[in-house]
Design a protein around this ligand. Structure first.
Ligand code: ADP
Ligand code: MG
Length: 259
């Protein structure tokens, strides 16, 4: 099957299946994300949210179906009618189009905030060290951490570390930014500063896909909310529709439990 003629959105997920040890984790998931769109993904623990995000940047392979970013496959290439997985080096190059922010920040502990951001654009985009440092300093300013360039992760609060992680993801100028429960590991008083940074990105028109349990935030920031359960998209629509007047019993039950 050719993907080229079928792609329209910035992110196209088509008929994706994924199972682990014979258990379906994603079941025939299709999703189109438009440029500039902010999409929140809600769902119970174990419903496949992280797996879905990870298929977008090919941290997970898919068993069937495909994913494109701006019309191009990330982890595969066509040879004739068949899809073949690319070599790791080629995947790394293509993956720069997708930024990812994880629950546990995943900063390099032995590098300063600035060095954490400088690393990838130098390695993957062949930016000079000087240009990368300038870019990194600007991004630290943007997330409100201009004075923390030389701090090591252990010297920063969780909220500050997560803001560095967001700056690091932005350094590759990705076409889409994925967040996997970006505030779940934070003390409650640190959640707001991270959500504020994400909110600013949304206002600037960055394409965002956010897995979150922060329902109020999802309502404020999203163009579209998706509810996933047992690897199936059960419901999607505007925040008003999905959060205000959910139709599916599972969505109602989930919202009843988290609100
Ligand atoms: P969520 O992010 O919604 O909590 P996940 O996508 O992490 O859910 O996981 C969905 C299901 O897939 C869970 O049942 C989980 O145990 C399983 N799973 C996820 N990753 C793996 C893996 N690498 N090997 C085996 N099972 C996995
Ligand atoms: Mg998860």
């Amino acid at each position: 099957m050719s993907t080229a003629t079928l792609t329209t959105g910035l992110v196209e997920i088509r008929n994706v299946h994924k199972s682990y040890n014979g258990v379906d984790v994603l079941h025939d998931v299709s999703l189109t994300i438009e440029p500039g769109e902010v999409v929140s993904i809600l769902g119970p623990s174990g419903s496949g949210k992280s797996t879905l995000l990870r298929t977008i940047n090919h941290l997970e392979t898919v068993d069937a179906g495909w994913v494109t970013i701006d019309g191009a496959l990330i982890g595969y290439e066509h040879r004739g009618d068949k899809l073949y997985e690319l070599k790791e080096k080629q995947i790394l190059g293509r993956r720069t189009q997708v930024g990812m922010v994880f629950q546990n920040f995943n900063l390099f502990p032995h590098l300063t905030a600035l060095q954490n951001i400088v690393e990838a654009p130098v390695a993957l985009k062949r930016l000079s060290k000087a240009d990368a440092r300038e870019l990194a300093a600007g991004l630290l300013d943007r997330v409100g951490l201009g004075d923390k360039a030389d701090a090591y992760p252990r010297q920063l609060s969780g909220g500050q570390q997560q803001r560095v992680a967001i700056a690091r993801a932005l350094a590759l100028q990705p076409k889409v930014l994925l967040f996997d429960e970006p505030t779940s590991a934070l003390d409650p008083e640190l959640v707001g500063e991270v959500l504020d940074v994400i909110r600013d990105l949304a206002k600037l028109g960055t394409t965002l896909v956010i897995v979150t349990h922060e329902i109020g935030f999802a309502r404020d920031v999203s163009d579209r909310v998706i509810f996933i359960d047992h690897g199936v998209i059960l419901e999607q629509g505007t925040p008003g529709e999905v959060l205000g007047t959910p139709r599916h019993p599972r969505t109602k039950e989930f919202l009843g439990n988290v609100l």
